[in-house]
Design a protein. Structure first.
Length: 563
């Protein structure tokens, strides 16, 4: 059966225009999709029309954020637009970061270019650079690095082919290679310690492609050349690519109202054809959310696949998608599933956003995994402004391989995604994040200045409290919990010697943060914070753990009981 299957796939790849994945049937399934193509002419911002304002930068105890798409003087440019960002972080020096995006020089035209900027100080400041091949149509930016710290920028052209630019100096993008490709491509580079290190893999929508019925390519010479296209069977779309610890290749995407994950062991071998030996449908309780609500002209989030490379969870595979639910009617939830057998079977889907309403929009979900195994998930969320599309950035993490997740943490103020549109009704199609043990490097977009801009944020790794720290008393901070034991509600009385920004955590007996109860400025003297067991926690011993910006901590034990 396997031999016949391989022969059938080979015939599909070699037969031009006659494959069973014919163009007509695919287009029937994607009637609402508008491909990335030239609709408007290039419309520059004339120098005498250019206006600027102060760039966006904010810092709090949760993260710091800096605007990326600034001019040579570090200012925000009015009436341009930047969206759909992708990020690459040098694995050898996390201070070296590059972000690419769709750059619209004038919002009167949807003509876009390959916007880019780089930082050498960990994202604190961003260096202005001209768009790559300025004045030429480019879209769908996807960035990555190799193990040596070279940066790669995969960019879609106007005839549905991709070029990949490579550099070790992100102020210059001169080395370009034709990489076949197509619309909604994604790319990843092998950084394992396997012989496949340095291999590059890319995957896209077959129906809008430089290839005839192909949607996958690979490079075995660090991007000097790319193979002619082969076929990822079933043609899942709007997804991503990931590498397992042994160099195995995973792709994912949406397909016919569900989600799909495929795995290939042979993709890493230069002398073997690509054979997808695992092809699994994953039930995320709905379909990928598209063309609606906050982002009516685009996706509400890409489908993400990631693989854990940590010792504890090595080889576990994760799938995340912004899903329009078919079980409860929720328009957009962030849904997650995991596989512990290399993609052959999958857990029941879990909702990451912890709001109880089925009317809110959680969208632009993205996921990445740190080397130590922590899984980070970020999205934007309308829960704080119900009945509108005003959205705030939210974050959750897992430190047990995706079995449980931290309480959602709000990271930003709200912004309006329906302003600043560059002659198309969207803010792009995705955010992008890279995690390391210190935290998560996030590229995202918003409209805090009144127009669409790209931001870099660093989200510090969550506080995991050692057992020896669980009962500490700082004279500057006193805590009282009433009642104690606690049934379902408690009043926390916090007395400070001086006003300060204070984080109040709920922590379990193993030191794991369960909930961020409060994150705000508290006044000198007595402050009251009210806690309710909204998460349905089981009876047991817990701690209220308090930390200020200087690192001074105090904690108090309490007992939770359930009748």
């Amino acid at each position: 059966m396997n031999l016949l299957y391989k022969i059938a796939i080979l015939l599909i790849i070699l037969t031009e225009g006659q494959a069973c994945i014919g163009q007509e049937s695919i287009k029937d399934r994607q009637k609402d999709y508008e491909p990335e193509k030239v609709d408007d002419p290039y419309l520059p911002m004339l120098s005498n029309h250019k206006q600027t304002s102060q760039a966006i930068y904010f810092l709090d105890s949760s993260m710091f954020t800096a605007q990326v798409n600034v001019d040579a003087d570090g200012n925000n440019i009015l009436n341009d637009a930047a969206n759909e960002p992708s990020i690459a972080v040098d694995p050898n020096d996390s201070g070296r970061i590059v972000i690419g995006w769709r750059q619209f020089d004038n919002i009167e035209s949807n003509f876009r270019q390959a916007g880019n900027a780089f930082s050498t100080d960990g994202g604190q400041t961003w260096n202005y650079t001209e768009p790559i091949e300025g004045g030429l149509f480019r879209s769908d930016p996807v960035l990555d690095t190799d193990s040596e710290g070279y940066f790669y920028y995969n960019s879609l052209s106007d005839d549905f082919h991709c070029d990949v630019f490579k550099t070790d100096d992100p102020s210059l993008w001169e080395d370009k290679t034709y990489a076949y490709g197509g619309d909604k491509q994604w790319m990843t580079i092998d950084k394992t310690n396997q012989p496949s290190n340095g291999n590059i893999y890319a995957f896209w929508k077959a129906q809008f492609s430089a290839c005839n019925n192909g949607n996958f390519t690979r490079s075995f010479d660090q991007g000097e050349s790319y193979e002619f296209c082969s076929l990822v069977i079933q043609n899942p779309t709007r997804g991503s690519v990931a590498i397992g610890p042994n160099g195995e290749v995973y792709v994912c995407g949406g397909l016919n109202g569900t989600h799909r994950v495929l795995r290939s062991i042979t993709a890493k071998e230069p002398d073997e054809a690509v054979f997808w030996e695992v092809d699994q449908e994953v039930d995320l309780k709905g379909e990928q959310a598209l063309y609606d609500g906050p982002n009516p002209g685009g996706m509400l989030g890409q489908v993400w696949v990631a693989v854990n490379h940590s010792e504890a969870y090595s080889g576990d595979v994760y799938l995340l998608s912004t899903v329009s639910r078919n079980d409860n009617g929720d328009p957009a939830d962030i849904m997650f599933s995991k596989s512990t057998d290399e993609g052959q079977s999958w857990s029941e889907a879990m909702k990451i956003n912890d709001d109880v309403s089925t009317d809110n929009w959680q969208w632009f979900g993205t996921m990445s995994v740190a080397p130590n195994g922590r899984i980070d998930v970020v999205w934007v969320d309308t829960r704080d402004n119900q009945g509108t599309y005003l959205s705030s950035l939210y974050y959750s993490y897992s430190i047990d391989g995706g079995d449980s997740w931290s309480a959602n943490e709000k990271l930003s103020e709200s912004f309006d995604p329906h302003i600043g549109w560059p002659n198309q009704e969207k803010m792009g199609d995705y955010y992008h994040m890279i995690s390391n043990n210190e935290g998560a490097h996030l590229a995202w977009s918003g409209t805090f200045s009144g127009g669409q801009d790209v931001y870099y944020s660093f989200i510090p790794a969550p506080v995991i409290i050692g057992v020896s720290e669980l009962e500490q008393v700082a004279p500057e901070i006193s805590i009282n919990i009433f009642p104690n034991p606690v049934k379902d509600k408690a009043t926390l009385t916090i007395k400070l010697e001086k006003s300060d920004h204070i984080k109040v955590y709920l922590v379990d007996i193993n030191g794991r943060t369960i909930e961020l109860i409060s994150n705000k400025f508290l006044s000198k003297g007595v402050n009251k914070i009210y806690w309710t067991n909204n998460l349905g926690l089981h009876a047991g011993i817990y701690f209220i753990y308090i930390k200020d910006l200087t690192g001074i901590i105090s904690s108090k034990k309490f007992i939770l009981f359930n009748e």
